[in-house]
Design a protein around this ligand. Structure first.
Ligand SMILES: Nc1ncnc2c1ncn2[C@@H]1O[C@H](COP(=O)(O)OP(=O)(O)OP(=O)(O)O)[C@@H](O)[C@H]1O
Ligand SMILES: [Mg+2]
Length: 352
């Protein structure tokens, strides 16, 4: 029993002024207090123990959490590194896709440059002869004739300059195509851009495969004027769509179906608030199962080694970055007559 309670107990027992009855009551009360005290002490001790155990557990948990935090930090660093690696791989991939499409264009570009070069060569030959003639007329004293020849010469020089510039523009366009996109929007004549890539793609394919041929149809809406786009990027999209279209009509032609004439059509149209560039082919269309996947990176139905499957996925990203949409309409029903299947890819671009 508690020391103090024992003293109280002794005091009560020895006190003669308290009746036996009162003593019994007081003794009972003191014993009750003593038992309550013992219970409280026991509880206190338990609580202390629990507190100590909790403190230990807490310490362990903190340590565990710290370890987990460190692990997460390490994972984060690893993730960051992989993300950077992925980003750089993607940039390289985009660049190599660009270079590959430039490769496809080389023959077309050479063909396009050959025309103005022929003009330059012919006009300079003619001009050399004109200089001789002019000298003869001067010797003869026919100054009026000499002046007339000089006038012709001047016109020839203007033409030489014009065609020289045209060749220069083609080279500039080629360099722009291979350059990493400046990311700068420029006022661009979308009709000219589409037409340029249409011809380059055609001549490129012709140069690679003499048997390749397809009718090229165009319908440009001249009311569009200039629109603000990143020309290299939109040029690549148009080129990808045209290359795909030429590929499918060429494949279909190889099947020697009677009455089949491959046709690729490029059109532009102005609508309220946006413009539309369409590339249409009369190939076999895209079956539903394939259609779901065509915009996925690396998806291709071309034989191994022939396609990267990046054309449409990159095109999709470029158009999205321009705030536009890339849509496809296709008829692949095998029961359809030969001339009625085909696909139309539509680029929708806002006016700014
Ligand atoms: N005009 C089209 N007609 C039918 N199928 C098409 C047409 N355009 C694309 N496809 C389908 O979409 C797939 C993906 O096209 P995408 O341009 O992304 O890659 P690819 O042409 O196969 O390869 P790459 O562009 O690298 O040469 C093609 O393999 C083809 O199955
Ligand atoms: Mg393609």
């Amino acid at each position: 029993m508690n020391q103090l309670l024992q003293t109280i107990l002794d005091f009560i027992q020895q006190n003669e002024k308290i009746t036996a009855e009162e003593k019994e009551m007081l003794l009972k009360a003191v014993k009750k207090v003593d038992s309550d005290l013992t219970i409280s002490e026991f509880k206190l001790e338990r609580t202390e123990k629990v507190k100590r155990t909790t403190a230990i557990l807490l310490e362990e948990t903190i340590e565990e959490l710290e370890q987990k935090r460190k692990a997460i930090e390490e994972t984060n660093v690893a993730l960051q590194n992989s993300l950077e690696e992925l980003k750089s791989a993607q940039t390289q991939l985009i660049q190599s896709e660009k270079m590959a499409s430039l490769g496809e264009l080389t023959a077309g570009i050479a063909h396009e440059i050959q025309n103005p070069l022929n003009f330059v060569n012919n006009f300079s030959d003619v001009s050399t002869e004109l200089v001789d003639e002019m000298n003869e007329e001067i010797d003869k004293g026919n100054l009026d004739d000499a002046k007339q020849i000089a006038e012709d010469l001047k016109q020839n020089l203007v033409k030489i300059n014009h065609h020289g510039k045209r060749a220069g523009d083609i080279v500039k366009g080629m360099l722009q195509h291979s350059r990493t996109s400046s990311g700068q929007k420029e006022l661009t004549d979308i009709n000219e851009l589409a037409d340029e890539y249409f011809r380059l793609a055609y001549h490129g394919l012709r140069a690679k495969d003499k048997n390749f041929n397809a009718a090229m149809k165009t319908d440009y809406d001249i009311s569009i004027g200039l629109i603000k786009i990143i020309p290299q990027d939109i040029g690549r999209v148009v080129l990808n769509l045209i290359t795909n279209a030429f590929y499918v009509v060429n494949e279909k032609k190889k099947l020697n179906i009677t009455g089949y004439e491959p046709v690729v059509t490029v059109t532009t149209k102005q609508h309220a608030g946006h413009i539309e560039v369409c590339v249409k082919d009369n190939g076999n269309g895209i079956p539903e199962k394939v259609l779901e996947k065509i915009f996925q990176p690396f998806f291709t139905t071309k034989p191994t080694g022939q396609g990267t499957g990046l054309g449409l996925s990159l095109s999709y990203d470029i158009i999205k970055a321009h705030g536009g949409e890339l849509k496809v309409e296709t008829k692949a029903n095998e029961g359809l007559p030969v001339g009625e299947t085909g696909s139309t890819f539509k680029i929708l671009l806002p006016f700014n």
